[in-house]
Design a protein around this ligand. Structure first.
Ligand code: SOE
Length: 381
C-alpha cells in the first residue's frame, strides 16, 4: 500500500479545478510513490465550496484557509487563489510544516516572493510553483533537444502570449473572474499573468536573462471596481513587449497582450540556434516544429513532430502512439514529477527559489517600461 498524502486546495476557481483533476488522475497513470487524497477544498463562498467539494469528491470544505493550514491531517497545501494571498498563505503553510504547491506567479513582486522562499527553505518543506507549460510533452521535448546540444549556440529566443478577453471597457476590475485586472490583487497585468509563463520556460530552456528593455500600455484606463462599485483607475499593464539579453549571449523578444482580437491563449515560442530551430504553439500543443540544417539538403525543411510516442516525454504513461493529450495533462505531469521527486528526496523544478528568478525578470520589465530605460535583472541566488 502506498502512503497517502492528504491534500488541501485553497481556491476553487479555474486553477482549483485543474489541480483537483491532477491529484485525482495522477496515480491512475503514473506509478508514483504516494497516493494523493483530496481532503479539503477552501473558497470564499460556503455554497460554492460545498458544490465544488461534492463535484470533485472532497469529504470536506471550508471558507477559512487557516483551517486548512491548522488541519494536522493535511500534508500538501495547494494555493490556487489570487496573487495577493499567495505570500501570507504560503508562509503560514511552511511554518506549519506543510508541503506547498503554489499557482504562478509566485507573488506580485520579487520583494513579496523573497520571504516565501526563505520560509519554505527554513522549514525544509517540498515546494513547487505551477508553471504548467513546461510539462506539455512538446515543450519538455524542446528542452531535451536544447540540452542535447542539437541547436548548437542559441542566437534568438522569441515568445508571445496573446489573448483578447479584456478589450471591452465594460469589463469590471476586481472580484471573482476579474481579479486579474485589479493591480492590488494581481500585482501586474499581462507581465505577471502571461509573460511569467514565457519567462519561466525561457529561463529553463535558455538560461538566465541579464537585462531587459520594455514598454507597456494600459488601453482601458478606468474600470468599475466590483468591490467598491466605483469607477477607478486601472493599474495593470494590458500589453507588454520587451527585448532582452540572455547571459549566454542570445537575444530575446517577448510580447504579451489581452488585446489581440482573435487570440484566446496563443502562447508560442521559437528558438533559433546555429544548427537548428524549434517552434511551438499552444493551440497545436502536441506538435513541435523542428528544422535541422544538418539534414540532407534535398530533404531539408521544417518537420512537424507529433509528440505522442511512448519514448517522448510523459507520453508512455498515456494512450498508444499517435493519440494525443491536452492542457490538463500538464498539471497531472507536474504532480507526478512532484511525487516522484518527493520519493527520491529531491526538489521539483521550478521551486520557489527558481520561480523567484522569473519574478525578478518581471520586476525589471515593469521598471524598464516605467522609466524608459534598459534594466539589469537581479540575479536569482
Ligand atoms: C489568464 O487568462 C490565464 O488563465 C492565466 O492566468 C493562466 O496562467 C494561463 O495559462 C491562461 O490564461
Amino acid at each position: 500500500m502506498k502512503k497517502k498524502l492528504n491534500v488541501g486546495i485553497i481556491g476553487y476557481g479555474f486553477m482549483g479545478r485543474t489541480h483537483s483533476n491532477a491529484y485525482r488522475r495522477v496515480a491512475n497513470f503514473f506509478d508514483v510513490p504516494y497516493d494523493p487524497v483530496l481532503q479539503v477544498i477552501c473558497g470564499l463562498e460556503e455554497k460554492a465550496a460545498k458544490a465544488f467539494a461534492d463535484q470533485w469528491g472532497y469529504p470536506s470544505h471550508t471558507t477559512d484557509w487557516r483551517k486548512v493550514i491548522d488541519n494536522k491531517k493535511i500534508d500538501i497545501v495547494d494555493i490556487c487563489v489570487p496573487n495577493n494571498y499567495h505570500a501570507e498563505i504560503a508562509i503560514a503553510a511552511a511554518q506549519a510544516g506543510k508541503m506547498i504547491l503554489c499557482e504562478k506567479p509566485l507573488a506580485r513582486t520579487g520583494a513579496e516572493a523573497e520571504p516565501m522562499v526563505q520560509a519554505v527553505e527554513k522549514a525544509g518543506v517540498a515546494n513547487l510553483v505551477s508553471f504548467n507549460y513546461r510539462r506539455v510533452p512538446a515543450v519538455t521535448l524542446a528542452k531535451k533537444l536544447i540540452d542535447e546540444g542539437r541547436l548548437g549556440r542559441i542566437f534568438h529566443y522569441r515568445a508571445n502570449f496573446l489573448q483578447d478577453w479584456t478589450i471591452s471597457a465594460k469589463l469590471p476590475q476586481g472580484g471573482m473572474g476579474t481579479w486579474r485586472l485589479d493591480v492590488k490583487a494581481a500585482g501586474s497585468g499581462v507581465t505577471g499573468d502571461l509573460l511569467a509563463h514565457c519567462i519561466d520556460t525561457a529561463l529553463w530552456q535558455n538560461g538566465p536573462i541579464a537585462s531587459v528593455c520594455a514598454m507597456t500600455e494600459t488601453f482601458v484606463k478606468e474600470r468599475m471596481h466590483t468591490e467598491t462599485g466605483k469607477v477607478e483607475p486601472v493599474g495593470i499593464d494590458d500589453a507588454c513587449t520587451f527585448f532582452c539579453r540572455f547571459k549566454n549571449g542570445s537575444l530575446g523578444n517577448f510580447e504579451s497582450t489581452r488585446y489581440a482580437r482573435g487570440h484566446k491563449a496563443l502562447y508560442t515560442f521559437e528558438i533559433n540556434g546555429e544548427h537548428a530551430s524549434i517552434a511551438w504553439d499552444l493551440h497545436d500543443l502536441h506538435r513541435l516544429s523542428y528544422f535541422d540544417h544538418r539534414d540532407d539538403s534535398i530533404v531539408r525543411g521544417w518537420r512537424s513532430i507529433h509528440v505522442s510516442d511512448g519514448d517522448q516525454p510523459y507520453m508512455g504513461h498515456w494512450w498508444v502512439p499517435g493519440l494525443q493529450i491536452g492542457y490538463e495533462h500538464s498539471f497531472v505531469h507536474q504532480v507526478a514529477d512532484f511525487l516522484e521527486n518527493l520519493g527520491k528526496g529531491q526538489p521539483t523544478s521550478p521551486t520557489f527559489r527558481e520561480a523567484l528568478a522569473t519574478q525578478y525578470v518581471c520586476d525589471a520589465v515593469l521598471a524598464s517600461a516605467k522609466k524608459g530605460t534598459w534594466e539589469q535583472v537581479k540575479a536569482g541566488e
